[in-house]
Write a protein that binds this ligand. Structure first.
Ligand SMILES: NC(=O)c1ccc[n+]([C@@H]2O[C@H](COP(=O)([O-])OP(=O)(O)OC[C@H]3O[C@@H](n4cnc5c(N)ncnc54)[C@H](OP(=O)(O)O)[C@@H]3O)[C@@H](O)[C@H]2O)c1
Length: 332
């Protein structure tokens, strides 16, 4: 397994981490994602560790907290072998302070995550989204205090825009506080918006990218093709867990090229889609999803080989997106 620096931190992480969005399924939103229980999670973790993948991504809101509980139980007795990332910001309850990145909410959620994960430290703590109501110095000084106390080792952001990330980094620098080392973002061959703003910020500021939903919610696996009925699974189950609307022609054309390259390389469509991401600037890590053991084993096969320059060019040509203003100015 290839290891990379986690952004500009000293921590080295495997290029793949295992996402836990599929763990639990104890509420309607997450049920369509997966229903992995402790026994199955332990098995997925065994396979991951055997293959050099010791990095696990979760969040306080996945399955209403059950994903953290399942991950904690499945890692019991081997916590020291794992690198755990968890998150807060999104809504955890009915009260007005049950969401956001205030000192009140972050400190309460860190304690709750530590308990659910059965650990006394979190390797990476991520703000799940940008909270425009809370002053940045309040969020960042709280995270800084958590790092100083040893409860958190590194901090990251997720789903920020370029300016939100840049402003957060500037405030940390100005106040001498811990800085975000990574940004966790959606990026795939059918969703390349990340490249316009977030990638240049990452390159300029040495912020590593952790890619989420790298297979576009499971669309870039070869099981969704032009003229064929939708197979059972995440996309067919629809709802919010199916992801945003996408241009079907773009998907079919991308899958056609992935299939051509699959024949040339003897790798699967999913492995090629993941390998392409590994060659992109700023990517420190890809958070893979796997509903079962077979999917995990297949996705683990995306590393330790490289697409050729010509294959990458073909994928970039077929997946190219029209720039939005102001990115097209001067780009012609
Ligand atoms: N920061 C954030 O806001 C955020 C948001 C979303 C996710 N995440 C993280 O990213 C992780 C991965 O996200 P994701 O699950 O959406 O990733 P994804 O790779 O885009 O989709 C994974 C889904 O695709 C299908 N799949 C995966 N590998 C396959 C294979 N080899 N062959 C066939 N089907 C395959 C499975 O669904 P089916 O079998 O049902 O088709 C699986 O659940 C999550 O677990 C979570 O940790 C973070």
């Amino acid at each position: 397994m290839e290891y990379r620096q986690l952004g500009h931190s000293g921590l080295r992480v495997p290029v793949l981490s295992l996402g836990t969005g599929t763990f639990g399924g104890t509420n309607a939103f997450f049920k369509t994602w997966g229903e992995t229980d402790v026994k199955e999670a332990s098995r997925l973790i065994d396979i991951s560790l055997d293959n050099g993948l010791n990095f696990f991504d979760t969040a306080n809101v996945y399955s209403g907290g059950d994903a953290e509980r399942i991950l904690g139980a499945a890692l019991e007795g081997r916590r020291d072998k794992a690198i755990i990332a968890t998150k807060s910001t999104f809504t955890t309850g009915p009260d007005v302070n049950d969401s956001g990145s205030s000192r009140f909410h972050i400190l309460r959620e860190v304690e709750s995550s530590l308990k659910k994960l059965k650990t006394d430290y979190l390797d990476l703590y991520i703000m799940h989204g940008f909270d425009s109501r809370t002053p940045l110095h309040e969020t960042l000084s709280t995270l800084d205090q958590l790092v100083k106390s040893g409860k958190v080792r590194y901090i990251g952001a997720s789903n920020f825009t370029g300016w939100q990330l840049m402003k957060s980094l500037s405030v940390s620098e100005k106040l001498g506080l811990e800085k975000y080392v990574i940004h966790q973002a959606y990026y795939s061959l059918i969703g390349r918006d990340f490249e316009w703003d977030l990638m240049p910020v990452g390159q300029d500021q040495q912020i590593g990218t952790m890619v989420w939903s790298p297979l576009g919610w499971g669309r870039l696996t070869g099981k969704i093709r032009r003229g064929q009925p939708l197979p059972e699974g995440r996309i067919k189950s629809g709802g919010a867990a199916g992801g945003p609307e996408i241009d079907n022609e773009l998907l079919y054309n991308v899958v056609d090229v992935l299939t051509e390259i699959s024949k040339e390389t003897n790798k699967t469509v999913s492995q090629i889609a993941l390998n392409w991401l590994l060659q992109r600037p700023t990517v420190s890590n890809i958070v893979i999803g796997a509903r079962n053991e077979d999917q995990l084993r297949e996705n683990l096969g995306a590393v330790d080989w490289k697409l050729s320059v010509e294959q990458i060019e073909r994928l970039e040509k077929v997946s190219a997106q029209t720039p939005r203003y102001p990115y097209w100015v001067g780009a012609r």
